[in-house]
Design a protein around this ligand. Structure first.
Ligand code: AGP
Length: 606
């Protein structure tokens, strides 16, 4: 069974006391994958590898890190997509001589051919991973007289596929050499040393400045500092990013879980996002002007696209949402010169969305990327991009990234409609004013989330649930269902309330949980009919409704009130109690909402 190097976290450092720093850095990457862990250091002139399956706490319980003295090392946390993880397939991987160690994040497409060629030339493999191929290719380069950097460069030219790699060698004990193709890789430096990682979050405690390694480029880290080599072998100087994230920014900040912290960060995240300069929004709006707009994303980001498609269409913009993994099938070879694509992604690294963008560009579309991660792959390949200002989102379940995506899309929708002349400047200003009230309204909702906690206790034993909405709140219902299913493992299904009679209602029996997103908007009268249909079959009704809606309160078994708002802003407000519902149900079920089984924060494999 061959296991591919996948969605993982890599971290490396050259600093005093490298091992505890490696462990600390890997711990901050655990959200990227946590079914095996390992590190390699140079100690006593030799490469020493310590690795095992399991998460970091399980890994540390088996070793004595104080016994390993070193000032240089690389580490890895792994998330396997198929095949059980095991010690042999954990990274780092060694070459035949045991003097070269590599860690890798990505998927190598031609590793089978490379592996059989290497085996034919006498190389012995200790694992079934694709990543180990890299160590042996570097070994061949070094054996032919190359230095570690050139040997890694030569190896990368033979390999097809995505790779973020860090490598060390006992023959060059003063340096870490890295290479990046598609998979994200950041290097940084601070007063105590130099660092490399899949994500800037791993180094915020140590580095004061960081660099995203450019596509197809090498980075060499030594005590002296950092140097970069472009795809053509030329020396390059990428822009530096000042690390403004305080280490506390990635700590839980007193909350039990990142997810709860990030739910509570939503007022400031939305407030910061509303500060995006209007000319940036207008520049993006001009790209959409007069074109058919295809909005694409995966999971929660798709729900944001669906929401925006309702709003844009209601404002006279020709817009539709297509799930990223389906866009290529949906479009086939249809020319897109008259279309624009809005690609939405928190991580900016989702392979499905990257694939959708590349396909749309091949068909002639212009692309706007909306991500939460500056210099991410999606940001880099888009013709224009808007960055949500949500700050790092560690919990696997998207929360603040969703609300900030909605806000950016709402600003973009109104500016696009204004550019098209389908709304007046005054209507646009009024919408911006309503959006400006969101942080306070979200803050008010968050202060009342304790009431959701009590309701969650009652629902934590359910096996199934429907989440229903109409109009723009179909997207809210889908998002609420996704939150509940992905962290509490309850089979929650979201769909348009008007669809109930076309099949789903056959599942409803006494006590069946139906969550309705039913604020006081243009769909309210029709959705109350759906509620009554479910009640007639004994369903338990939980409604997210507008403050003071006594009629709906009367017919609901449980409810949560949100402040009155324009129709297009209810998805922002109604999502918050649904996030909390999912969080508290997961807690009552004794689950870890930050690291749900089988899921990763960013799915960088197809
Ligand atoms: C949402 O809670 C999930 N974590 C997942 O559906 C996620 O939204 C999806 O994988 C897309 O990720 P992206 O926004 O980083 O592209």
């Amino acid at each position: 069974m061959i296991w591919c190097g996948l969605l993982c976290g890599i971290f490396g450092c050259i600093c005093g006391g490298a091992v505890p720093v490696l462990i600390d850095g890997l711990r901050r990457l655990e959200y990227r994958g946590y079914d095996s862990v390992g590190f390699a250091v140079i100690s006593g002139g030799r490469v020493l590898v310590v690795k095992d399956k399991g998460n970091i706490d399980e890994f540390l319980s088996k070793i004595d890190i104080d016994s390993v003295e070193s000032e240089i090392g690389i580490g890895h946390t792994r998330w396997a997509t198929h095949g059980a993880p095991c010690k042999e397939n954990a990274h780092p991987h060694l070459d035949c001589t045991g003097s070269i160690a590599v860690v890798h994040n990505g998927v190598l497409e031609n590793f089978l051919d490379l592996r059989s060629g290497l085996q034919a030339r006498g190389h012995r493999f200790a694992s079934n991973t694709d990543s180990e191929v890299i160590a042996h290719l570097i070994e061949e380069g070094v054996m032919s007289g190359m230095c570690l950097k050139d040997a890694l460069a030569a190896a990368s030219r033979k390999i097809r596929g995505s790779m973020a790699v860090a490598a060390i060698s006992s023959a060059e004990p003063d340096r870490i050499v890295c290479f990046r193709r598609e998979s994200p890789l950041v290097v940084g430096m601070g007063p105590g040393g130099v660092y490399c990682a899949s994500d800037i979050l791993a180094m915020v405690k140590y580095a004061t400045e960081a660099y995203h390694v450019p596509e197809g480029s090498l980075a060499t880290l030594t005590r002296v500092g950092l140097s970069f080599e472009g795809p053509g072998g030329d020396r390059i100087d990428p822009p530096s990013l000042k690390i403004s994230l305080e280490p506390g920014a990635v700590e839980r900040g007193g909350y039990k879980h990142f997810m709860l912290k990030e739910i509570h960060e939503q007022p400031i995240a939305v407030s910061n996002t509303l500060r995006i300069y209007r000319e940036y929004i207008d520049r993006a709006a001009l790209l959409l002007h007069g074109k058919r707009v295809l909005l694409t994303g995966s999971g929660t980001s798709y729900h944001a696209c669906l929401c925006a498609s309702y709003l844009m269409s209601s404002l006279g913009v020709d817009a539709m949402a297509v799930i990223s993994s389906e866009l290529q099938e949906y479009l086939k070879g249809q020319p897109l010169s008259g279309s624009a694509v809005v690609a939405v992604s928190q991580s900016g690294e989702t392979a499905d969305t990257l694939g959708a963008i590349r396909h749309a560009k091949r068909l002639g579309a212009r692309v706007i990327g909306i991500t939460n991660t500056l210099s991410s792959s999606i940001t880099n390949i888009s013709d224009a991009y808007l960055c949500t200002q949500g700050g790092p989102e560690i919990g696997v379940a998207a929360t603040k990234s969703f609300l900030t995506q909605l806000v950016v899309l709402e600003m973009l929708s109104f500016r696009t409609a204004l550019a098209a002349g389908s709304i007046s400047k005054q209507e646009c200003e009024e919408a911006y004013e309503e959006m400006g009230a969101l942080p306070a309204k979200i803050g008010g909702i968050i202060q009342r989330l304790e009431s959701v906690r009590e309701i969650a206790l009652k629902y934590s034993d359910r096996r199934d649930a429907f989440f229903l909405g109409r109009g723009i709140n179909v997207a809210t219902a889908l998002e609420g269902a996704l939150k509940l299913k992905e962290i509490s493992y309850i089979h929650a299904e979201g769909y348009p309330a008007g669809e109930s009679k076309h099949g789903p209602i056959s599942l409803v029996e006494p006590g069946f949980l139906c969550v309705f997103v039913s604020p006081m908007d243009s769909t309210r009268q029709r959705i109350i009919g759906n509620i009554m249909e479910m009640k007639a079959r004994g369903a338990e009704i939980f409604s997210v409704l507008t403050e003071g809606d006594s009629e709906l309160i009367e017919v609901s078994d449980g409810y949560f009130e949100v402040p009155e708002s324009p129709e297009y802003l209810y998805p922002v407000l109604c999502t918050v109690p649904l996030q909390a519902l999912a969080y508290y149900v997961a807690i009552y079920k004794g689950l870890d909402p930050d690291r749900p089984r089988n899921l990763a924060k960013s799915v960088t494999v197809l």
